[in-house]
Design a protein around this ligand. Structure first.
Ligand code: RB5
Length: 152
């Protein structure tokens, strides 16, 4: 079964717990990098730990939650090799895997309810990268991490 890393700040704690429990029940291997309470904490540090788990091969995909999904996604996207997608609808979640080969899904607990969030999570985890023309574009994103790609 696929290995997943999950994390949130205090603003995403309840939704993170809901998703963690659901995925564990479904048989996913879930690594939880916190937070573990409603005490205020800093989302960049959670993003740092989750992205490290992906880059170390401890997890294939990640799910990060904060109040909006924005801050934790901005932080995750600073890490080379990470493609974090903020998705609050199922179509975007599928496309983020199929077209962008996203390796992290971010969502905002203050934006959506748990029912839709779980549908989005499943669309993301079950999605498949289509490759082809999308692979060239993802490679160009990777090139941006190293100074940029050249126009043909
Ligand atoms: C925390 O109050 C909040 O700023 C954070 O969860 C997130 O929404 C930031 O983007």
């Amino acid at each position: 079964m696929m290995k997943i890393v999950i994390g949130s700040d205090h603003g995403g704690f309840h939704l993170k717990e809901t998703i963690r429990r659901e995925l564990a029940e479904e048989g996913y291997e879930v690594k939880d990098v916190g937070t573990h309470s409603l005490d205020s904490c800093d989302y960049p540090l959670i993003a740092q730990d989750a992205t490290a788990a992906i880059l170390a091969g401890e997890a294939e995909l990640g799910i990060l939650i904060c109040g909006t999904g924005i801050g934790i996604g901005i932080a995750a996207n600073k890490v080379p090799g990470i493609r974090a997608a903020l998705c609050h609808d199922v179509f975007s979640a599928k496309a983020s895997r199929a077209h962008n080969n996203a390796n992290i899904l971010t969502m905002g607990e203050r934006v959506i309810g748990p029912g839709l969030a779980l549908e989005i999570v499943h669309a993301f985890l079950e999605g498949q990268f289509e490759g082809g023309r999308h692979e060239r574009r993802v490679n160009e994103i990777t090139a941006l991490e190293q100074g940029g790609a050249t126009h043909e």
